[in-house]
Design a protein around this ligand. Structure first.
Ligand code: FMN
Length: 214
């Protein structure tokens, strides 16, 4: 089993990365493989709603979103790490996730594409403020995609400003990350044990798409 761990900061080795490293290390200790993925240092734009992805299976903007598709296919679970910018999750990560989840079918009622029934967690890094709003931002993608959301003993936040040595001092935040990783490992083992016992994810139902106007 393998968890894809996405660093959604422009900083390859900042505070988000430090939090995710704690999650990855603990998952490995629990016998779960991890695959790290950095969204990169360039700004990533959002979805234009061109719908080309629905036939292409990839985004017309050929960037880190398309690079991630193979990683997502082979992952059994996901952790997305967000830096806090202006009290919301960093715009590049949100652009990345908007396009990724749209093209994977995460927008269609009853469908979930690459992500359905795979457990997921959000992790957030901030200097000081905006962690819970950012946590909600990232969790929205999981909630529309039939992904079991993995939690910890606190909201999954760490503190620090650009510098991972500051996050190193957030010993409570790092403990929350370790507990999160153990809960992720447990959920993955439960899903695997269920499959071995013949418990498969439920089938879907495609209903009317009313947009509330008719
Ligand atoms: C454009 C921008 C806006 C930011 N806004 C906030 C904010 O609203 N609240 C906060 O606590 N930190 C804010 N920060 C600080 C970052 O959250 C902090 O540097 C954190 O370490 C980012 O994670 P990283 O080190 O992985 O990039 C902001 C940073 C940038 C670059």
């Amino acid at each position: 089993m393998r968890v894809a761990i996405v660093n959604g900061s422009h900083n390859k080795n900042g505070c988000t990365a430090r939090a995710l490293a704690e999650v990855a290390k603990t998952l490995e200790e629990e016998g779960i493989g991890t695959e790290g993925f950095w969204i990169g240092g360039k700004p990533l734009g959002g979805c234009m709603g061109c719908n080309a992805c629905l036939s292409l299976g990839r985004c017309v903007i050929d960037d880190r979103v398309n690079d991630f598709l193979k990683v997502a296919e082979r992952a059994d679970g996901f952790v997305f790490g967000a830096p806090v910018h202006y009290s919301h999750a960093g715009a590049s990560l949100l652009g990345f996730m908007d396009r990724l989840f749209y093209l994977s079918g995460g927008n269609a009622e009853g469908a979930g594409g690459l992500f359905a029934h795979k457990p997921a967690a959000a992790v957030v890094a901030a200097r000081r403020s905006g962690t819970t709003a950012s946590f909600e931002d990232v969790n929205q993608f999981f909630a529309i995609s039939q992904m079991p959301i993995v939690t910890s003993t606190y909201w999954n936040n760490v503190h620090g400003d650009d510098d991972p040595s500051e996050t190193e001092q957030d010993v409570e935040g790092l403990r929350v990350m370790r507990i999160l990783a153990r809960n992720m490992a447990w959920m993955l083992r439960c899903i695997e044990a269920g499959r071995a016992a013949g418990v498969e994810p439920p089938g879907t139902e495609r209903g009317p798409w009313t947009s509330f106007i008719r």
